[in-house]
Each structure stands twice: as structure tokens, then as C-alpha cells.
Design a protein around this ligand. Structure first.
Ligand code: CP
Length: 296
């Protein structure tokens, strides 16, 4: 297994299947492995805000017997605006203070700089707009759990590019066969990394509906942030739109603003809180593999 999980592609399909199998054990996993990380310390460096990723990575580690140290705000560390300490100097101390490190950073290159000097396992909790590998592992797990498959999936994203959650999930899904990705967003281009995949971009829901041959094929609607600050794009997915997709379930990495109205919370096909709650099991399973408690 790779020591640094920065992209979803740093995990193999075999490793992802093992993570899914372990995550399926839910709280039983914590009973069986509650002492497996005794005397181990995770350093959680959140240099960008986080609720779900930070808390679930900390909680999972502690439920497996370990302890955590770290920052929730870059300005509490020497990497903030006053000292701008470089990632290499940070990495050199992490090697002795921690047994595994997790970092979220607004700069997509920071985690790669850290990885050049860290000997301990490293997990990216999101690097700029680039990737969010543990979110993608959770999303893949949730899609498999809810639909029963990852091959032959048709997914519709609603949100603007770039989005690290969208990017990692598209890269992750394409480890499986015959994946079709539709994106409704305000962008004119898809990312270069997606060009080899079956990815289609639309500018409005009407544009998509006119083109899509069978709306029943869509099993997942994935709503991510619509970045209105960069454009006048104000599309909000409505209940009327959702009624057009009889077989779809709604995922969202959260947090949400107005792109996902609260009235969707009461729809039985809204599974974004299940998705968020799956996070602790998937992230615990990743620790167990990365820390060699479980080998494949
Ligand atoms: N999905 C996600 O990354 O949520 P947080 O920003 O709250 O960690």
C-alpha cells in the first residue's frame, strides 16, 4: 500500500474493496479493533476549515485506541501568515511527533511538499481544489452500499468545476467499468484529467434533459458547491427537477449552502447524511490498512 494517500488513485481497487468490507462492519469494527492503535498518535493539520473530515478522522483514530494532536486553524501554527513556515520543516518534526499525519491545505501543492520529507503515513484531507481522496472513498462506498454496484453507473453532478470532491469521485469511479458522468455547471471545459473518460458537460438542467436519452438511468445525483462568487450562475436543483429522476438518490459531500435546499432532507432518496455518517467507518478502515493493523 502507498504511504501517502493524496489522490484517490493512490488506493487500488483491491484496497478500496477491503475498506468497503471493513466499513460494512460499522460499530463492530470499533469493538474488535478498539486497542489496535494504542500508543499511536495522529497529527491532524487542518489549515482550512472542516467539520466532517476533521472530526471523523480524529474520532475514528481515537475509537481505534489512538490519540490525536494538531491544529484547526493555520494561524495557530507557524505555517500561518506571520511565519509562513515551509512544509519541509513542518514534515521533519511530524516524523518524530506522530505515527500518521492528516493535512487539509488551501494550497494544492502543500501536501506534495510535505510528502517529500515525511516517513510516516500521510493522508490528504483535501488539497486546494485538486482532490479529496477520503471523501471519494466514502462516496464510492456509499454508492456501492445504496445501489449495489459501481460498474455501469450513470451519475449526474450539479456544481461548478473545479471541485475537489467532484474531481476525486470522477477519478475514483473510473476505476470501475462503463461509468457515465454528466455535469451540470457553468464551466465551459471539463478538466484535462477527465478527457479520457465518458464525461459530459451541460450548462443547464434543460440542456441536460434535452440531451439525455433516458433519465431513469441516473442513479446518483451529486450536488456540490455552486460558486456564485465567480459568476452569475444561480441554478438551484428543485423538487420538480428531482421528480424527473425516478431512480436517483441525492449525495452531497456537505457543507451545503443554497444549492441544496433543506426540504430535500425529508425525501427518502436524500442520502447525504448517511454518506457523512459512513465517513467514520471508511476512515477507520483506511487507518487500519495504512497502519498495517490489517494487511490484504
Ligand atoms: N465533505 C467535507 O469535506 O466536509 P468538511 O469540509 O466539513 O470536512
Amino acid at each position: 500500500m502507498k504511504k501517502a494517500i493524496i489522490s484517490i488513485k493512490d488506493l487500488t481497487k483491491l484496497e478500496l474493496f477491503k475498506i468497503f468490507e471493513l466499513a460494512d462492519r460499522r460499530t463492530e469494527l470499533f469493538h474488535e479493533y478498539c486497542n489496535s492503535l494504542n500508543h499511536k498518535i495522529v497529527g491532524t493539520l487542518f489549515f482550512q476549515p472542516s467539520t466532517r473530515t476533521q472530526l471523523s478522522l480524529q474520532s475514528a483514530f481515537m475509537k481505534l485506541g489512538g490519540q490525536q494532536i494538531g491544529f484547526s486553524n493555520i494561524e495557530d501554527s507557524r505555517s500561518g501568515n506571520t511565519y509562513h513556515e515551509n512544509m519541509e520543516d513542518l514534515g521533519r518534526v511530524l516524523n518524530t511527533y506522530c505515527d500518521v499525519a492528516v493535512m487539509r491545505h488551501y494550497d494544492e501543492n502543500a501536501i506534495y511538499e510535505l510528502a517529500t520529507v515525511t516517513d510516516i503515513p500521510l493522508i490528504s484531507a483535501g488539497n486546494g481544489n485538486d482532490e479529496h481522496p477520503t471523501q471519494a472513498a466514502i462516496d464510492l462506498y456509499t454508492i456501492k452500499r445504496e445501489t449495489g454496484h459501481l460498474d455501469n453507473i450513470h451519475i449526474l453532478f450539479i456544481g461548478t468545476i473545479p471541485s475537489r470532491s467532484m474531481n476525486s469521485l470522477i477519478l475514483g469511479l473510473n476505476m470501475w467499468e462503463n461509468v457515465t458522468v454528466h455535469i451540470i455547471g457553468n464551466n465551459t471545459n471539463i478538466l484535462p484529467a477527465w478527457k479520457k473518460y465518458n464525461v459530459h458537460l451541460y450548462h443547464s438542467i434543460n440542456d441536460f434533459i434535452k440531451t439525455c436519452q433516458d433519465l431513469k438511468q441516473i442513479e446518483i445525483i451529486y450536488i456540490t458547491e455552486i460558486k456564485n462568487s465567480t459568476s452569475n450562475y444561480n441554478y438551484v436543483f428543485t423538487e420538480k427537477d428531482f421528480a424527473l429522476f425516478p431512480n436517483a438518490k441525492i449525495l452531497c459531500p456537505l457543507p451545503r449552502t443554497k444549492e441544496l435546499p433543506k426540504y430535500f432532507d425529508y425525501n427518502q432518496n436524500s442520502i447525504y447524511f448517511n454518506q457523512a455518517n459512513n465517513g467514520i467507518f471508511v476512515r477507520a478502515a483506511l487507518y487500519l490498512l495504512l497502519m498495517n493493523v490489517i494487511t490484504i
